[in-house]
Design a protein around this ligand. Structure first.
Ligand code: DPP
Ligand code: ZN
Length: 888
């Protein structure tokens, strides 16, 4: 939706109290009747009432039961002079869901009616003040053919349902003449046998949370008993054949409900919770008590879904459920506040997944996403602040509140937020104020995180004074200019620090000298082993006292702020941290820092045509992690994985995809060769023929085994290929089977082709598995893959073009192919997609946005494509915006 900027926000002239909707769902058209009680926000006001509406046919409009004045244009229905005081407004509208392909509003697909109203889809259903600060109580009556649409769902509680005897009076007279039997048959053929259901949602909500589903669905049912002992019926609705695949989603939902009670004291507030999973839906949506998902993020079975899918389902089911409080009970005042609900809810689902699995690994995964997607955007022409719509960085901002306040302080802030704002539509400032006031906290200029775009760069240097026994950390920070924001203020950066002694243990910390005062950091005379420094200025110094030897600092523990930290640590310090840091995240980080440095220096060797050699200390460092029995296996799998090619390209003056790819391939092969025995035993020791279970130890075991085989296969050794083939053929679950396939597919040749063909023939009946097969091939680094992807685009089984495009972008070496073939391919796709779905097309065109980071030749080729896109006829606004900003 169009951003409403803070300064432009105007509160509405009218509010709605109750909304009674009636839908007569038909095959040609649907009639929507909406009865709204309206009241002015200011007593005696005589402003016009302006309603939004798109693609609607107005049948009638009545004010307090009478026809009156109105004005209609293609986007609005205006009542120039509504009655003063409270009144009722009844509007009858005709819509054609069967013709709606936008996946917004009410649409029909695969035989079912379904809605998507966030952000501004409700205006495609009926005329309404389509803005989130209009919160009302809804009822919804649905009437439809009983055999075609046996299931009728909406928000809230089902208060009435039954068969319809419509037209019975008319046909009643026939009853006497033709007898009962005849009339029943007659009615059945004419009416198709209709039924109805009435839903009532007792909670006020904005219209973007309205939902309706009607169709042939079946459910898996369960019960959750809340902390206060209430029984909640849980139902997951899918097409009949999918019901067996909903067990994990049900498990995830119950786990999420329990977790929100345990961690935030938030209990579910109705007696019924419905989930619908259908194939034609964009992502997932938190409609009040009727969450709707794309099947992909709900359905799972061990044979068809991988550990990553299982984990994603847990996260998404949790995410939408958590919105019940953060988004639904307390919602956004306007769409400029989107990160209020999304940032907070992303943070909550991350915490949920952390508690259900490994916290460090979850953190590593999220930080990698931040670095791979958010930071490049922050540094490009599309940079924008957290507000309005950065989800991922919005979650980091929420995490910083928690870092600053601690678990209890954060909970106090959440409690106050709900106490103050339950049932309201609010702003990011309201959340900030609740956190601050509940804790009497001084948050300095923390609010800048919402408004300043770009990734802050923090530099530091350290020095130890043996005589004074002090250790000083000097920081400086810089926020790079971004489009529209040339000059930046220093940010408030919470920096979690620990100091390691020479044996690798955390030193006790007592006090820090800062800004002319000595502050104690020890709590109640108890020593502490880490502390959160508050960096607020462009340059500042913190001096730790009573430090008995030169420490090695472990900074930004757990990645306590979304910044780029430029370390002055030597390689030997980093190896030390890799081996000893008590903060597992920073152990991983030290390994990544070393790997990045190593990769960059090898890239430079490669560019100078020097022969490549691998630093033996690096091999040794990774070996000790690989063989450390005390470490979590999933952590090991992460810690021995090299930074992605995009990350390295990002650090270069001129990005060189060929050199980076060559170097990463070289290191992987070299590690596989030098650590072959270790990788082999890791692989063998972590195989298991046990039945698949989704729990952390098993997932971790599979992750480590599959990382080992992925390394080993790079040796292109026939024995290893045999091992992978055996794994592929004997796997009892998708995680292992797919990992073996992916390993085999790394090396071009007949085995690759055969196994890919075999996988397809095994799974062609399951489009979700087939999507994985497409994505795997699309992201392949094998030389000249552009042609393969082009051919796959015409494959009859391709249902999701996006899995192909998304995958292709994941292979920088092919996307940025020297001959421009990757750019040309993507350019063509953008234009094709733009005709069907401009949003997806604009997401795709953003792949070009950082074209200036490459060499002259690539710049020329990418620019050609952007210009070609810009010159196309009938280009959507979405694509135009991104393409033009990219060229600017
Ligand atoms: N509000 C939706 C969600 O949270 C956006 N797709 O998933
Ligand atoms: Zn969300």
């Amino acid at each position: 939706p169009k951003e409403i900027f803070l300064k432009d926000y105007k509160s509405p002239a009218y509010y709605f109290d109750t909304v009674d909707l009636k839908f007569s769902l038909g095959e040609e058209k649907t009639i929507v009747t909406s009865k709204i009680t309206v009241f002015p926000s200011v007593e005696g006001s005589s402003s016009p009432l302006v309603l939004d509406g798109e693609d609607l046919k107005l049948i009638s409009i009545k004010v307090d039961g009478k026809e009156g004045d109105y004005h209609l244009d293609s986007r609005h229905l205006t009542l120039p002079s509504p009655p003063q005081g409270k009144f009722t407004l009844q509007i009858d509208t005709e819509i054609q869901p069967q013709k709606n392909t936008s996946l917004e509003g009410l649409y029909k697909s695969s035989g079912n009616f379904c809605t998507q109203c966030e952000a501004e889809g409700f205006r495609k259903i009926t005329f309404y003040q389509d803005r989130p600060d209009i919160m009302a109580k809804y009822t919804c009556r649905i009437e439809a053919d009983k055999s075609l649409y046996p299931v009728l769902l909406s928000n809230g509680n089902l208060i009435e349902q039954g068969d319809l005897e419509a037209s019975f009076t008319f046909y009643g007279s026939l009853l006497c003449l033709m007898g009962l039997l005849f009339i029943v048959i007659f009615l059945d053929t004419l009416q198709g046998g209709k039924h109805y259901a009435v839903w009532e949602d007792p909670f006020k909500k904005p219209c973007y949370l309205f939902a309706l589903v009607a169709g042939q669905l079946e459910s898996r049912d369960d019960i959750f008993v809340t902390c206060s002992g209430r029984k909640v019926s849980l139902r997951i609705w899918t097409p009949a054949q999918d019901v067996p695949k909903t067990a994990h989603a049900m498990y995830s939902l119950k786990a999420a409900m329990k977790w929100d009670e345990d961690v935030f004291g938030l209990e579910y507030d109705l007696d019924l919770f419905n989930i619908v999973a259908v194939p034609d839906f964009m992502g997932a949506m938190e409609n009040k008590s009727l969450n709707i998902f794309n099947s992909k993020v709900v359905l799972a079975s061990p044979e068809t879904a991988s550990d990553a899918d299982y984990a994603a389902i847990l996260g998404v089911i949790g995410h939408e459920y958590f919105h019940n409080w953060t988004g639904n009970r307390v919602t956004c005042r306007d769409w400029f506040q989107l990160s209020l609900k999304e940032g907070l809810t992303f943070f909550r689902d991350q915490e949920f997944s952390s508690d259900m699995g490994s916290r460090t690994v979850k953190r590593i995964t999220n930080v990698s996403k931040l670095r791979n997607y958010q930071f490049p955007q922050d540094a490009g022409p599309m940079a924008h602040p957290v507000r309005p719509h950065s989800y991922i960085k919005g979650a980091e901002v929420v995490r910083m509140y928690k870092t600053l306040l601690g678990t209890q302080g954060f909970r106090k802030g959440m409690d106050l937020y709900f106490k103050r704002h339950d049932g309201q539509a609010v702003t990011c400032e309201d959340f900030f104020a609740a956190m601050r006031d509940a804790n009497g906290a001084d948050f300095a200029n923390f609010l800048l995180w919402y408004s300043q775009a770009g990734t802050p760069v923090v530099k530091f240097s350290s020095s130890y004074n043996a005589e004074a026994r002090t250790f000083s950390l000097k920081f400086s920070q810089e926020v790079p200019p971004t489009p529209g924001q040339p000059v930046k203020e220093p940010m408030f950066i919470p920096l979690d620090v620990g100091l390691l002694d020479s044996s690798g243990k955390d030193m006790p910390l007592s006090s820090v000298y800062h800004d002319g005062t000595l502050q104690s950091v020890a709590g109640d005379n108890q020593p502490v082993f880490n502390t959160v420094l508050r960096i607020t200025k462009k340059e500042e110094e913190f001096v730790f006292c009573d430090i008995f030897e030169r420490p090695i600092p472990s900074l930004l523990r757990g990645y306590s702020a979304p910044v780029r930290l430029e370390s002055d640590l030597s390689d030997s310090d980093l190896f030390f941290l890799l081996a000893h840091d008590s903060d597992e995240f920073n152990r991983w980080e030290a390994g990544q820092l070393l790997a990045r440095k190593l990769m960059l220096s090898l890239v430079s060797d490669f560019q100078k045509n020097k022969s490549l050699t691998l630093n033996p200390k690096f091999v040794q460092g990774l070996k000790s992690i690989l063989c450390d029995k005390g470490l979590d296996k999933e952590f090991i799998a992460k810690a021995i994985t090299l930074p992605g090619e995009g990350e390295i390209m990002d650090m270069m003056e001129v990005a060189d995809p060929d050199a980076v790819h060559a170097v990463r391939t070289f290191i992987r092969k070299e590690l596989a060769s030098q650590l072959k025995p270790e990788f082999l035993s890791t692989f063998q020791n972590n195989r298991s023929s046990e039945e698949y279970t989704f729990n952390h130890p098993n997932m971790a075991r599979r992750a480590l085994k599959n990382t080992a085989i992925a390394y080993l296969i790079s040796l292109e050794d026939p024995e290893i290929t045999e091992l992978a083939l055996r794994e592929y053929n004997t796997a009892t679950n998708m995680t292992d089977q797919f990992a073996a396939l992916a390993a085999i597919a790394q090396n071009p040749g007949k085995t690759r082709d055969d196994v890919l063909a075999d996988f397809y023939s095994k799974w062609q009946h399951d489009y979700l598995v087939v999507n994985k097969w497409f994505a795997l091939q699309a992201m392949s680094d094998i030389p000249g893959n552009v042609e393969n992807v082009r051919n796959l685009l015409n494959h009859p089984a391709l249902t999701c073009v996006y899995s192909l495009i998304g995958g292709f972008r994941g292979s920088p070496v092919n996307f940025h192919a020297k001959d421009g073939s990757g750019y040309k391919f993507l350019g063509e796709i953008v234009l094709q997609l733009d005709k069907i779905n401009p949003q997806v097309a604009s997401g795709t065109v953003s792949a070009f946005s950082r074209w200036k980071r490459f060499d002259e030749n690539r710049q020329k080729l990418a620019k050609q494509q952007l210009e070609m896109i810009m010159s196309a006829n009938g280009l959507s606004e979405n694509v135009f915006e991104i393409a033009s900003k990219s060229l600017a």
